[in-house]
Ligand binder design. Sequence first.
Ligand SMILES: [Zn+2]
Length: 261
Amino acid sequence: MRILFSLIFLLITTSSFAATFNGEFIQGSFILGKTEPGSEVFIDKKKIKVTSDGYFAFGLGRDRKNDIIITINKKKIVKKVYKREYKIQRIDGLEEKKVTPPEEVYERIKRENKWIGKARAINSDLTYFTKNFILPIENSIITGVYGSQRILNGKPKWPHYGLDFAAKEGTKIKAMLDGIVTLVEPDLFYTGGTLIFDHGHGISTLYMHMEKVLVKKGQTVRQGDVIGTVGSTGRATGAHLDVRLNWFDIRLDPATVLDIK
Ligand SMILES: [Zn+2]
């Protein structure tokens, strides 16, 4: 009797702060949560927005080792974050100027990173992130994955945070999700023709190395709309599309929201 009573009590207390999660608790993952509308939600120590129907979003960084603590109406849910193994890509014999950018472009790189950082920091009330993403290019081969560590001429470089789609110059690129354009740049040093979309609550996507950009800053774009074409602008080795997914300054794996094999 006593056991039964505590069991019922446990069911009641867990259901009163229940949340469901769509997404795996692995490094790089995008996670969509749902709870009671009007709830107060913290991810670790960061208070996050909840939509009027109870949705919230967050992500797990590439190298996150600690458990993640989701606090809903002061009740804690602790989830273990599973580790992934990333590819190591060594390329030797590269021209030195391709490995380390020349000093005269340092200021430019700093300035451009600031613009990108500003777009990624937007914390709007948009709720587009609650929908499913679609592929930006259909029937394309993936030539680069999230997380790979690049070692160029023996020097460890930034990991690759995007997902690369091989496609011919001029191939149409579709918006993966509804969003508002927050950055349009035709020629950034690293990323060339670059677009950033805000999908709400700190979730943003980036499209890089584009040949043509067909949308304007501030424009609302619908999923599937053609937003530009594939190019090899910026520091690209050939024509391809590199897409990125962020939760604020945390870079997530776009493959965790796309239907790819
Ligand atoms: Zn790439």
